[in-house]
Write a protein that binds this ligand. Structure first.
Ligand code: LLP
Length: 417
């Protein structure tokens, strides 16, 4: 459920007209709804009240500091994968003691900064990373809290590019090797073994793979306890899917009920790293029709948003819903359009074969664009990245100004004469 609805034929974010947002801030622009972010976060927080649980929003989904701040104010933790994401969390008022540091290529300077600010835990993905972390912690005279990200070898049944829990994926430690590597971690003087972590993929629309992964982690935890290693938390990663079209993903409450059933009588706490299920349907991308180009073969609507602004359709053939901002267009009736951007690539489209009534100048909203939208944007074709706006009730706030060519060129230099 989100707060993007029509009122008198015009699309609003909460109580704010998106036509007004486009008039004020231009297009393409990402627009987020604060009430939706809060609703989605609460869906997790309220589902797990009966067992100690840390919800760590996955910053990579949408990392604007205003977005992170809304979550920080609600007590959310954060899952990060780089020092850049950590700095964003700190700037947004997030509590470092609720930060999980994931990712398989952590550099020494990133580990150092994370240790200095006192994060909750490092999710470690290889033996080599354990040695590096132990060394960095030792040089600071600190103990590093660690979990191992294990690869439980379950099929998340999602797109191959975003499925991460199979043994052929680059992520995590083979669960069969895990006991030995936990013993290694336990023997290193500057590591404090805290937890077990896994993340099996993204946009999962079934709970079965999560439950299978959880069962495999439980077996591992029992094996670890036999060799004297006590696990304090289990982090099941992110991955719960959202509705883009006709998917019917489970609600956090259904997920919680099944997991809580399994943890009854267990001492460890839980952690989750949801990204998409909090951010995706809390944002839209506004774009404007520049030209209509109708040929014998196809009708194209050339829009001002492109693959550099929103790469999911080009990269994953992802289907994103595209709807008019104003239901009364001056177009001459519905036609089937491909919605394409101005970038010089055939793959530059946001939607194909959509029935829409369009005229040049019309505004469109790409729905479910709050996750992996702006964060995956680039400057390809030297296009300035979009503006970002957050709506809160009756008000819209600019939370990231549209980039300018000066921003793009800062740091570039000519060779000397
Ligand atoms: N934790 C870890 C370790 C992750 O790698 C990810 C996402 C998450 C949590 C959050 O997963 P979520 O709840 O958002 O599914 N760009 C792709 C998605 C890539 C996901 C990468 N990892 C897309 O646009 O579909």
């Amino acid at each position: 459920m989100d707060f993007f609805n029509y009122s008198a034929g015009k699309l609003q974010a909460e109580n704010v007209s998106l036509e007004q947002v486009a008039a004020t801030y231009g297009t393409p622009t990402y627009v987020y709804s604060r009430a939706t972010i809060e609703r989605h976060y609460n869906a997790y927080a309220n589902a797990f009240t009966s067992h100690p649980t840390l919800i760590c929003y996955a910053v990579k989904a949408c990392s604007n500091i205003a977005f992170l701040n809304v979550l920080a104010r609600m007590g959310s933790g954060f899952d990060i994968v780089s020092i850049g994401e950590l700095e964003r969390v700190l700037r947004a008022g997030g509590d470092p003691a609720k930060v999980m540091f994931s990712g398989l290529g952590k550099q020494a300077h990133e580990m150092q900064r994370a240790l200095e600010v006192g994060i909750h835990c490092f999710n470690v993905e290889s033996e080599a990373e354990l040695f590096r972390l132990n060394g960095v912690a030792g040089s600071l005279g600190k103990m590093a809290p660690v979990s191992l990200r294990v690869n439980p070898d379950v099929d998340a049944k999602t797109h191959p590019y975003i499925s991460t829990g199979l043994k052929e994926n680059k992520f995590g430690i083979d669960i069969k090797e895990a006991v030995r590597i936990y013993q290694l971690a336990d023997s290193l003087p500057h590591l404090d073994v805290m937890g077990v972590d896994c993340h099996i993929g993204s946009q999962l629309t079934e709970l079965r793979p999560f439950l299978d992964a959880f069962d495999r982690l439980m077996t591992l935890i029992d094996e670890l306890s036999e060799v004297g290693i006590r696990i304090k938390h289990v982090d099941l990663g992110g991955g719960l899917g959202v509705k883009y079209r006709d998917e019917v993903p489970p609600e956090p409450a259904e997920y919680a009920a099944l997991i809580l059933e399994k943890v009854r009588g267990r001492e460890f706490s839980l952690a989750f790293e949801p990204g998409r299920s909090i951010a995706a349907n809390a944002g839209v991308m506004l774009t404007q029709v520049e030209f209509l180009k109708c040929t014998d073969h196809k009708n194209f609507a050339i829009i001002d948003g492109a693959m550099n602004d929103l790469i999911r359709p080009a990269l994953y053939s992802a289907w994103m819903d595209i709807i008019p901002v104003n239901l009364s267009s001056k177009g001459g009736g519905e036609k089937v359009y491909d919605l394409v951007g101005p970038v010089c690539e055939t793959g530059d489209f946001l939607g194909k074969e959509r029935s829409l009534n369009l005229a040049a100048g019309d505004l469109l909203a790409v729905r479910s664009a709050g996750a992996y939208g702006f964060t995956m944007a680039s400057n390809y074709n030297s296009r300035n990245r979009a503006a970002e706006v957050m709506v809160d009730g009756d008000n819209a706030y600019l939370i990231r100004a549209r980039e300018t060519i000066e921003h793009q060129l800062a740091g570039e230099q000519l060779l000397p004469e």
